[in-house]
Design a protein around this ligand. Structure first.
Ligand code: MRU
Length: 361
């Protein structure tokens, strides 16, 4: 059975509770925006694209159930804007939800202004727009996988490739297939993946709990390592490239991703390994000139001091628990892999301007 983070059909949304993995596979019902906000904040669902999808789908669910004003298109537009603004307060770093919210609000504006629009027609258009995001995300990920695999294989013309990845960027973080893990999957599908090392990704262990689970489930050759073993794996275990995901890529290519990404990029530079960021265009934020402007979420101290209910640190210790860090663009030596192709960080701004103007296709 294929793993799915999100199960949706009109009128029904359930998400795999990722806090319970790998011990339990339990889907939780999301009945609207309020419950989606909680699931995102608590990280039952996580990963930048999945956060955006669950947020938007929870709004579609409310609209399909008749929530919001009925007789007036402007009032419905205001309702949608207000629900989306609330969702955006759940987690600050990943930009995907905010970009999808902006696209949706722009589309709604256009529909509201078109002649003959009815409240019911507007409601239906919004729901269909949101439902289309699931397939778009899966397609984008397949393209990312293909572009990334091709780029890596240009450097390794023969034999298998050994990669290292961080956090979870796969099916569990997206509508399916994954971004950085999409590249891993594409190489595996072509018979060119020797092995992928996945870091445990402390403190929340998305690598150990989720990536290891997902790769094992799909029969991809994988080795779990402690975060602190990454540099040694690069030197002693034949790693040929590092591929990670992104929560927000600034216009200059600086990239926020799961805490620990920056130190992997530093280690990759030391070992002369190409460092790739796999990110759909919805993870890119052309409005931000550089990574210093990216808001970095800090998570509760308990997520560092405890493993589930087991205490790992003395109660009085001061804790700093950033969920993400920013990797400067000059360390992204392989490239930024989007659904459009692979770009050097210096080319990203231009690519976003050209494709953004064309509607992102
Ligand atoms: O805190 P998380 O688990 O939401 O962090 C996830 C990551 O940092 C991922 O690398 C990123 O969202 C990309 S997922 C395709």
């Amino acid at each position: 059975m294929a793993l799915e983070a999100i199960r949706y059909r009109r009128g029904s949304l359930t998400v795999l509770n990722q806090l319970l993995l790998p011990e339990q596979l339990r889907y939780e019902r999301v009945d609207g925006v309020g419950r989606a906000w909680e699931a995102i904040r608590a990280m039952e669902v996580r990963g930048a694209p999945a956060i955006a999808l669950v947020g938007c789908l929870s709004l579609a669910l409310e609209l399909a159930a008749g929530a919001g004003p009925e007789g007036d298109v402007e009032a419905l537009e205001a309702f949608v804007g207000e629900r989306l603004r609330w969702l955006l307060t759940a987690r600050p770093t990943a930009v995907n939800l905010s970009r999808e919210a902006q696209r949706l609000c722009d589309a709604v504006r256009g529909w509201v202004q078109s002649p003959g629009v009815t409240p019911q027609g507007l409601r239906e258009s919004i729901i269909e727009h949101i439902e289309g995001l699931l397939e778009k995300d899966r397609e984008d990920n397949r393209r990312i996988g293909a572009h990334g695999a091709r780029h890596i294989l240009q450097r390794v013309p023969e034999g298998g490739v050994t990669l290292l990845t961080h956090c979870n960027t796969g099916t569990l973080a997206t509508a399916g297939y994954g971004t950085a893990l999409g590249i891993v999957r594409a190489l595996h599908g072509q018979g060119r993946l020797t092995r992928v090392f996945c870091t445990e990704t402390r403190p929340y262990n998305q690598g150990g709990r989720l990536t290891a689970f997902e790769l094992l489930h799909d029969g991809v050759p994988a080795t779990l390592i402690a975060d602190s073993a990454a540099a040694a794996a690069m030197r002693d275990r034949g790693v040929q490239a590092v591929v990670v995901g992104a929560d927000r890529v600034a216009a200059n290519g600086d990239t926020a991703n799961k805490i620990g990404t920056y130190q992997l990029a530093v280690a990759a530079r030391h070992h002369g390994l190409p460092f790739y960021v796999a990110a759909p265009s919805s993870s890119c934020d052309p409005a931000l000139p550089a990574g210093t402007h990216i808001p970095i979420e800090e998570r509760p101290r308990r997520e560092l001091t405890h493993l589930q209910d087991h205490c790992l640190a003395p109660p009085g210790i001061e804790v700093w628990n950033p969920a993400f860090d920013v990797t400067p663009h000059d360390l992204i030596t392989g490239g930024i892999v989007t659904e459009w192709g692979v770009f050097a960080p210096a080319e990203l701004r231009q690519a976003l301007a050209e494709r953004g103007a064309a509607g992102g296709q």
